[in-house]
Design a protein around this ligand. Structure first.
Ligand code: TYM
Length: 333
């Protein structure tokens, strides 16, 4: 059975983008894979997080994963900071990855912005930690949204360079799984920007815990153009906002753009937005209800995470110990 690894940062309430680009696929892939899903709190602090907020958001994110339908008994759900192997392997990878490779990462450029000199060193080496997350488990398939593609290419570069430098075939090749018609959900205010939990405008995104009225209002206010919907996907070219809404609809209705346009082509956005809002509300309602139910018993969520961390460490520790042996470290303990 192939091993799957993926992670999500607890830097805010997960968005519809996280759900359609990642979480929904994580759930579906449980059938036929061994899955390891991680709330990546070490990654979260590459940008300042208020400690109490981080604690709360981390537990909420874990609850959301369970509420979406991840089975923590059949698979593994845990927090990155509770398995030391991630930080240990990341250090070795800091010494394998080249500065030139990191300089090409578009996410670092976006996040650091104009004030690069003031970005944390952690933000710069963020992709090395991501490579460690995956490779500490010898995972081979990684379901992510389209924005993580470049990071996974870098992880493969690191794995190959390690194997080459130490003359081994130790780390496997990683296959990104970028699935479905909503692998890149865009902001509701700007169809050229990705929907993000850290966007300053709450109107730009649907949060998984938004109530039905909020969802309906955000969709009604979503930016669109004045034309009716086309009848064919080709008609969505150069219409990023229309394409985004059609993609969201397609993902939630388990169809593709062509299927949505067969049903809604020719309609104006007023009618289409009503149908879309209803679909989003119906899809998210059970997740929000289950998340709230789980959060009423935080000790249960923590127990699930403790069990997950133990089982994760049992896989990662021997792989990292072997990596250290290959590097030439003496183990005296
Ligand atoms: P993060 O927390 O930004 O996002 C979690 C997952 O959601 C996907 N995603 C989206 N998909 C479609 N449209 C969007 N607008 C959208 N926004 C986010 C992301 O692609 C991601 O799959 N670096 C990662 C977390 C990570 C990780 C890993 C992932 C850490 N270690 C190892 C895979 C393997 C991140 O910041 O995700």
């Amino acid at each position: 059975m192939q091993r799957i690894f993926s992670g999500i940062q607890p830097t805010g309430v997960p968005t519809l983008g996280n759900y359609l680009g990642a979480l929904r696929n994580w759930v579906a892939l449980q059938d036929g894979h061994d899955c390891i899903y991680c709330v990546v709190d070490l990654h979260a602090i590459t940008e300042w997080q208020d400690p109490a907020g981080l604690t709360r958001q981390t537990r909420e994110m874990a609850a959301v994963l369970l509420a979406c339908g991840i089975d923590p008994h059949q698979h593994i759900v845990f927090l990155q900071s509770s398995v030391r192997a991630h930080a240990q392997l990341a250090w070795i990878f800091n010494c394998v990855a080249r500065i030139g490779w990191l300089n090409r990462m578009t996410q670092f450029k976006d996040k650091a912005g104009k004030n690069r000199e003031n970005a944390s060193a952690g933000l710069y080496v963020y992709p090395n930690l991501m490579a460690a997350d995956i490779l500490a488990y010898h995972a081979t398939r990684v379901p992510v949204g389209d924005d993580q593609r470049q990071h996974l290419e870098l992880a493969n570069d690191i794995a190959q360079k390690f194997n080459h430098d130490y003359g081994v075939e130790f780390f496997p090749n990683i296959e990104p799984l970028i699935l479905g018609p909503a692998a890149r959900v865009m902001s509701l205010r700007d169809g050229t920007k990705k929907m993000s939990k850290s966007d300053p405008s709450d109107q730009s995104r649907i949060n998984l815990n938004d109530d039905p009225d909020t969802i309906a209002l955000k969709i009604r206010r979503a930016k669109t153009d004045p034309e009716p919907l086309p009848f064919e996907p080709a008609g969505l070219e150069a219409r990023p906002e229309a394409r985004n809404l059609v993609g969201i609809y397609a993902a939630l209705a388990n169809t593709d753009q062509a299927g949505v346009l067969r049903e809604h082509g020719g309609k104006g956005f007023g009618a289409f937005k009503d149908a879309l809002a209803a679909l989003i509300i119906d899809s998210l309602r059970p997740i929000a209800a289950e998340t709230n139910r789980l959060l009423a018993d935080p000790a249960h969520v923590d127990a699930v995470l403790r069990d997950g961390a133990e089982r994760a460490a049992a896989i990662a520790d021997p792989i990292v110990a072997e990596t250290e042996r290959l590097v030439g470290f003496i183990r005296v303990g």
